[in-house]
Write a protein that binds this ligand. Structure first.
Ligand code: PLP
Length: 482
């Protein structure tokens, strides 16, 4: 895309694909959006899709598939054991990651379940650049704790640092010294760190972490769910990788790890997952649990049609023009919002545009979930579904007090190749309007709060009648517009 310049000089992210299957959208009036949001307990996970106009909740399992992926699904080999579809999947992963052993699993958290059960013992620690919600839950469920060793820059909302997903290697060295390598279950690196704005790690940082793990005989595990964005950023931002192909960068990354797992709802743009391992010994430790929890070793809970789609999707991830579409749309959105004075995470990362709800709603205390309130308000304003990534996504401490999140973000995900630039411009327009009227939005309080993963199905209500005020202001400004 960047190679095509416009006569006007404008810098537009130009799609390098065309759309031939479409889905009709519907925008319900604002009063109905407000009542749908209240009925959903002010939780965007609980909305019915029929009420949503622009679904930017996640990129998980909702990326657009290519014509080749769809075609491959017709050639699936539907058999319980020994499916050709699995062998194609296995050999693509062996080729890309250079690891001999592949275990299929139905999605990312299924891989986390098995890896945690096998490798985490009571009292052990898992250092990582940053946690993901399901990862942390699985490690804790098996008696482990996590230590986030993200560099200081990673937790700054605005920054020019190109690799905010880097691990603090000085802190890692110290942790290994303090706790002893026997008490470290494994070290986990997450590509395109989800919860801090889709920020990448650099190859240089990873190689330092890899050296430290080898020296101390500690397993190094990659969560490659968001690898495609991380690959794009390494190619774009890391000087010594500029002339390497995406395939070469992929192999250099993989070479550092003992285990690589991924959600193929993200990586490979289909629905499934897998664990790649370097040695037969590691493979043998996990294969029984795959069979127990997921399914036989040649399907692992996935439909063979999805396995075929993932295999093609993984190959397409090696194409820079395929993987740069998401980050370029996100950059466009981030740049436009900055121009309008809306606080967002910088530099633009992968996965989505991240609004800084703490600054956006600075009058809402963290214990009233500013990111949750902003996500609810954005749906009411424009039928746009984003996701709370802040204190609501944390769990309470044993004494019942809140764990205040490092960042209060609303993630506006850009599922890959799904939305057009005019839809992205509409989203920007409604966010800017909401920012101008931010004083109208107040907080939320839990009505029904589950103990585990409360952000998925917890129900909340507004702390005042702010929803009515927002609706009235919208109708004054937009008159008869939906
Ligand atoms: C970094 C990361 N790891 C793991 C997962 C879990 O994957 P899944 O949703 O397929 O279970 C996700 C999902 O969003 C993710 O972003």
């Amino acid at each position: 895309m960047e190679k095509i310049k416009l006569f006007s000089g404008e810098n537009l992210p130009l799609e390098m694909h065309k759309v031939r299957i479409v889905e009709k959208l519907n925008l319900i009036p604002i009063e109905k959006r407000a009542s749908a949001m209240l009925e959903a307990g002010c939780n965007t996970f609980l909305l019915k899709n029929r009420d949503v106009f622009i679904d930017m909740l996640t990129d998980s399992g909702v990326n657009a598939m290519s014509d080749r992926q769809q075609a491959a699904m017709f050639l699936a080999d539907d058999t319980y054991a020994g499916s050709e579809s699995f062998y194609r999947f296995e050999s693509k992963l062996q080729e890309l990651f250079g690891m001999d052993f592949v275990l299929p699993a139905h999605q990312g958290r299924a891989c986390e379940n098995i890896i945690s059960q096998v490798f985490v013992n009571e009292g052990q620690v898992v250092p990582m650049n940053y946690h993901f919600t399901t990862t942390k839950a699985h490690i804790q469920l098996n008696g482990g704790t996590i230590e986030e060793l993200i560099t200081e820059e990673g937790l700054k909302i605005t920054s020019n640092a190109p690799f905010k997903g880097n691990m603090d290697t000085v802190a890692l060295k110290q942790l290994i010294k303090d706790r002893g390598s026997d008490n470290v279950a494994f070290v986990r690196m997450e590509a395109g760190t989800n919860l801090i704005g889709g920020q990448p790690f650099s190859l240089e940082n990873l190689q330092e972490v890899g050296n430290m793990c080898r020296k101390n005989n500690i397993l190094l595990v990659l969560d490659a769910s968001l690898l495609s964005d991380n690959l794009h950023f390494i190619k774009e931002r890391e000087e010594k990788c500029k002339d390497l192909s995406i395939r070469e960068i992929t192999r250099k990354i993989a070479d550092e790890f003992d285990i690589i797992y991924f959600s193929a709802r993200k990586l490979g743009s289909a629905r499934g997952g897998g664990i790649c391992v370097r040695t037969e010994e590691l493979f043998d430790k996990m294969k029984g649990l795959i069979t127990l929890y997921e399914g036989f070793l040649t399907y692992g809970g996935m439909s063979v049609r999805e396995i075929e789609a993932i295999t093609v999707g993984l190959e397409e991830t090696m194409d820079e023009e395929v993987i740069n579409q998401g980050p370029q749309f996100i950059k466009f959105m981030v740049d436009e919002l900055i121009k309008a004075g809306v606080p967002v995470v910088t530099p633009a990362g992968g996965l989505g545009c991240h609004i800084d709800a703490k600054a956006f709603l600075s009058h809402v205390p963290q214990v009233e979930y500013p990111a949750g309130a902003l996500a609810a308000a954005l749906f009411i304003t424009g039928g746009i579904r984003g996701m709370e990534r802040g204190t609501m996504s944390e769990e309470r401490k044993p004494d019942g007090s809140e764990t205040l999140a490092n960042m209060e973000l609303v993630r506006i995900a850009l599922p890959r190749r799904v939305f057009t630039l005019s839809q992205v411009k509409y989203v920007i327009d409604r966010i800017v309007w909401l920012h101008r009227n931010r004083h109208l939005v107040e907080g939320l309080v839990f009505e029904d709060e589950p103990e585990i993963l409360r952000f998925f199905f917890g129900r909340l209500k507004p702390t005042s009648n702010w929803v009515d005020n927002l609706v009235n202001q919208y109708k004054t400004d937009f008159k008869d517009s939906l």
